[in-house]
Design a binder for this molecule. Structure first.
Ligand SMILES: NC(=O)c1ccc[n+]([C@@H]2O[C@H](COP(=O)([O-])OP(=O)(O)OC[C@H]3O[C@@H](n4cnc5c(N)ncnc54)[C@H](OP(=O)(O)O)[C@@H]3O)[C@@H](O)[C@H]2O)c1
Length: 409
């Protein structure tokens, strides 16, 4: 696969301390795996990170705030979320954060979260990101946070005032990070790995798509465990896949399957909304007349040019093991610790996918160590990806497409 990272360098310590300034706005940063990667400022970007009260997600939130982003910390445990947010705020990072409740096991909670986001994005509208055209200035009278959105618009061929006419903000980055491993089945026997790790993020992403625009990025935190995963869909008599077979009962295979779903979902997102999608160019060119997200339900939906990437953080020392190994037995892992990455190092690839200029307009499906890797054969099966999309929609009682393309708030 094409290496996306730049000149190899000696291994860094996984922190931003190893950054080096380069031409333009981006800097180069050395990662735990020893690569120099490009790193953009995220100033003024609106980023949602699920499961950001601990583990990798917390370090992703920290890294985004360090780059100047506003981070929505989307968590199910609000006490833990507020504590984590308070700790981040006390560090004096240039960005900001807000805590919001979401339980990815509960579709009503996901819908409530998206409704709240829609309202908050709409409320932040006119006061932010007003691109005044070539030679003009970016006026961010509301938040006081500067934005480079105007520069991006210029690059996409938009003209002064178009953002003003669109008159709203967008989700720039969605990180589907929250996940579980080793959980027991739900009361009805269904696999909660599939529900929390795939179906919840699938619903969240689809409902948030109308709130994204050309250049937004979706990062699905998958795993190399997906190489062990297999996905079997049950078909009806006419051969059309209908549901996911409940044929895997051990947590390891269930987790691996859910991570395979993360990569397949990413592939289908790329096909439908990615940089090569039929909508990608029209989205950039026609957004002023059509008004992505401007409330006009009569126009044909056009969403495209959205980056979608599945990433693998490596083996990371977090609390994800808690459902398998109670806290008092964690010492058993001590001999393995030298082989684990820190959560900060685990977050590197996520931050790379969220902010690297190397991934602008590039459909990299699966990243590990900040490099594009070939995912499993199953993960590269376009038919399976399309079927999973349709079956997931059916399981959630939503149309295969449409809900994310319908009238916008
Ligand atoms: N650690 C690794 O070695 C490793 C390797 C490969 C991939 N990954 C992936 O990395 C991601 C983050 O894992 P981690 O290692 O950082 O684990 P972690 O420390 O256990 O963090 C998981 C996060 O997900 C949240 N979460 C779990 N169920 C949720 C739900 N129903 N609704 C909302 N949030 C929920 C947790 O919230 P609570 O605190 O409330 O439980 C927590 O914030 C996961 O997708 C995992 O599959 C991890």
């Amino acid at each position: 696969m094409t290496p996306l990272a730049q000149t190899p360098a000696k291994a860094g310590n996984g922190t931003d301390a190893g950054t080096q300034r380069s031409a333009g706005d981006s800097v180069h940063r050395s990662t735990a795996s020893g690569h120099l990667v490009g790193d953009m400022s995220m100033e003024g970007k609106y980023c949602i990170v699920t499961g950001s009260n601990c583990g990798i997600g917390l370090q992703v939130a920290r890294g985004l705030m360090r780059r100047g982003a506003h981070v929505i910390m989307a968590c199910r445990n609000m006490t833990a979320c507020e504590q984590a947010a308070a700790a981040l705020r006390s560090e004096g990072l240039s960005g900001s954060c807000t805590c919001r409740m979401i339980d990815l096991e509960n579709p009503s909670s996901i819908r409530a979260f998206v409704s709240q986001q829609a309202a908050e994005l709409a409320a932040s509208t006119d006061s932010e990101v007003l691109f005044m055209g070539a030679g003009g200035s970016n006026n961010n009278s509301g938040s006081g946070r500067p934005s480079d959105a105007g520069v991006e618009d210029a690059a996409a061929g938009l003209h002064g005032g178009q953002r003003l006419r669109q008159g709203r903000r967008y989700v720039d980055v969605l990180v589907n990070n929250a996940g579980v491993m080793g959980v027991s089945p739900a009361a009805d026997g269904s696999d909660r790995h599939l529900t929390i790790n795939h179906l919840g993020p699938y619903l969240l992403t689809r409902l948030l798509l109308p709130h994204m625009t050309h250049g937004s990025r979706i990062i699905n935190v998958a795993s190399r465990a997906h190489y062990n995963g297999s996905l079997s869909l049950a078909s009806n008599p006419d051969g059309r896949a209908e549901t996911i077979r409940n044929d895997t009962h051990h947590w390891f295979w269930q987790y691996s399957r859910s991570k395979l779903c993360n990569v397949l979902f990413t592939a289908e997102l790329q096909r439908r909304y990615g940089y090569d999608s039929p909508f990608a160019l029209t989205a950039a060119k026609s957004s002023s007349s059509r008004g992505i997200g401007d409330g006009s339900s009569s126009n044909l939906p056009v969403i495209g040019g959205i980056g979608a990437h599945a990433v693998s953080p490596g083996l990371v020392d977090t609390g994800i093991i808690r459902y398998l190994l109670p806290g008092q037995l964690r010492w058993l892992l001590a001999p393995l610790r030298p082989f684990f990455r820190t959560p900060e190092q685990g977050a590197e690839v996520v931050l790379y996918a969220a902010s690297s200029p190397e991934l602008q307009a590039r459909n990299a499906l699966f990243l590990h160590d900040c490099r594009e890797r070939q995912p499993s054969v199953a993960a590269r099966d376009p038919r399976l990806a399309a079927d999973l999309w349709r079956v997931s929609a059916a399981l959630l009682g939503m149309p295969e497409e449409g809900e994310e393309l319908g009238p916008r708030e």
